[in-house]
Design a protein around this ligand. Structure first.
Ligand code: HEM
Length: 501
């Protein structure tokens, strides 16, 4: 038996050694002009494990060894990272040779079970869908924000009617339930049934289950290997069936425009259209909920910041003759919301701390990318190009004490601060939670408004405090994918503020 084990061990040892040798022999080689190549020694995975464990630390260590541009083998893909923020502009503006659509389309199609929007079966669907993003700006944005305010107010009033004294809750759960419901009603409309609130809670619970496995879908792990994810995704998509959606009351221009557009494509099945609506729901809440959580968490953790933000809101309400608290509706114009500079700075600061969106592009051809100061990088067709903004967000040269939450970091002389420097030079890119260039989030203005509105209503309705003595970290499974979730939830309590006379 022992000799059998030994021979088995030798055979598998030999197989691994052969695989490693083969890998070393046929693994990619760096060509002249190309950035330094980091292959890693694990066949097929390359450096994927080290990268996924802690992308920022890994990338900074590679930057120290190889400089500002290097190519890493990550699970079968070669990805060239540009670490110097002054180089970002050269990648962002080169949309022709550095595209993104095909890569994103495949990932979205596999994760959300939607057909490719680039397929010739659906002529110009991609362009038409992008055109619909106009309904997330200008007058449409004002209407969306107004509706969001009304819907948030109704939810906060319901919370007030249920609260008698101090109410204890988990903070992430609280933010998730309020933001999911308000965003859902604002975008898709109110579910008219007597149990409409329950229906939205059911969708939210399924969404949370799906979202927990979303990072694995992005990595390309087949949905069949992810437990109940396939079933949950199907159920979620079915909620957006034509019959259900026509019953929902109100809703936004952007969703109506998308519905009308899908009707023009005969080859999109009923299920495909529902899957598109579900994809948009994911985009609109999956990052906004954790971003709202962190904005609230940091404010409650920093009473000095909360006091300044609260004062700013109180001052605005007083100067516009509005009363605050339960029973009073607040109306704010776009300009008034924009002028809450301390609130905005606090939101931006939490976004700086918790966002982890990698910006990816796919090289469409072999070419030489011209960079800052006569530098060049030779890039290969089919490779990925990546910017990883968290290393910029945590750069001590750009942000003093980057690990510290400073709510007024984005304020200078009482006004919005937009000038940040590195090596004595002004940076064009200094805060990038919403991506960059042609793939920049079209919902970014609405997202920031939503978070501001939530915080305004929260601080005008309630006094609150964190009651659990622990510091939260980030759930690393989402590194690179957007706003990070906390590694655990945290208990807090809140109490209705006394009514204003
Ligand atoms: C804090 C909240 C949010 C964050 C951090 C965020 C972040 C992002 C990022 C980084 C991307 C680009 C991904 C890439 O590189 O391709 C993106 C795309 C997108 N976001 Fe957001 N987002 C947020 C909220 C929203 C909201 C509220 C909406 C809609 C109401 C929305 C709709 C979209 C859509 C539709 C896309 C895909 C755009 C395309 O087709 O190219 N997002 N978001």
């Amino acid at each position: 038996m022992a000799s059998c084990d030994l021979s088995l061990l030798c055979t598998s040892g030999l197989a691994i050694a052969t695989a490693l040798l083969l890998w070393a022999a046929i693994g990619r080689r760096r060509k002249a002009g190309e950035p330094p190549l980091i292959n890693g020694w694990i066949p097929f995975l390359g450096k994927a494990l080290s990268f996924m464990k802690d992308p920022s630390t890994f990338l900074l260590s590679q930057q120290q060894k190889f400089g500002n541009i290097f190519t890493i083998h990550l699970a079968g893909k070669y990805c060239t990272f540009f670490m110097d923020p002054f180089q970002f502009v050269y990648i962002v503006r080169n949309c022709k040779q550095l595209g993104f659509q095909e890569f994103a389309d495949k990932m979205i199609s596999r994760s959300f079970d939607v057909p490719s929007i680039l397929s010739t079966k659906f002529p110009e669907l991609n362009e038409n869908l992008h055109r619909m993003y106009q309904y997330l700006q200008g007058k449409s944005l004002d209407m969306l924000s107004e509706d969001m305010m009304k819907n948030l107010q109704q939810i906060f009033e319901r919370k007030c009617s249920q609260a008698t004294d101090w109410e204890a809750e988990k903070m992430y759960k609280f933010c998730c339930s309020v933001m999911f419901e308000a965003s859902f009603i604002t975008l898709y409309g109110r579910v008219p049934a007597a149990d409409g609130h329950k229906v939205i809670s059911e969708i939210r619970d399924k969404f949370t289950k799906f979202d927990a496995n979303f990072p694995y879908l992005v990595l390309g792990i087949p949905v069949e290997l992810l437990g109940a994810t396939k079933k949950v995704r199907k159920e979620l998509i079915r909620h957006f069936s034509y019959q259900n959606m026509t019953k929902w009351l109100g809703g936004s221009e952007v969703i109506q425009a998308r519905k009308d557009l899908f009707e023009k494509y005969e080859l999109l099945t009923v299920y495909d259209k529902a899957a598109h609506h579900f994809t948009f729901l994911w985009a609109s809440v999956a990052n906004t909920i954790p971003a709202t959580f962190w904005a609230m968490y940091y404010l409650l953790r920093h009473p000095e910041a909360l006091a300044v933000v609260r004062d700013e809101i109180d001052h605005l309400l007083q100067s516009t003759g509005q009363k605050k608290g339960p029973g009073y509706n607040i109306h704010l114009t776009r300009e008034q919301l924009d002028n809450l500079v301390y609130l905005e700075s606090a939101v931006n600061e939490s976004l700086r701390m918790c966002s982890s969106s990698i910006n990816l592009r796919l090289c469409q051809e072999d070419f030489i990318l011209k960079l800052d100061g006569n530098q060049k990088a030779t890039l290969r067709k089919g490779d990925l190009v990546a910017l990883y903004p968290p290393t910029l967000h945590m750069d001590p040269e750009v942000y003093e004490d980057p690990k510290e939450y400073k709510f007024d970091r984005y304020i200078e002389n009482g006004k919005k601060k937009t000038t940040f420097y590195k090596r004595g030079r002004k940076l064009k890119y200094f805060l990038m939670p919403f991506g960059s260039g042609s793939t920049k989030c079209p919902g970014r203005f609405f997202a920031v408004n939503e978070i501001k509105l939530f915080l305004i209503l929260f601080v005008t309705h309630f006094d609150a405090e964190i009651v659990e003595n622990k510091n939260l970290g980030f759930d690393n499974s989402r590194m690179g994918l957007g706003i990070l979730l906390p590694d655990s939830d945290i208990a807090f309590r809140y109490k209705i503020k006394s009514l204003e006379k």
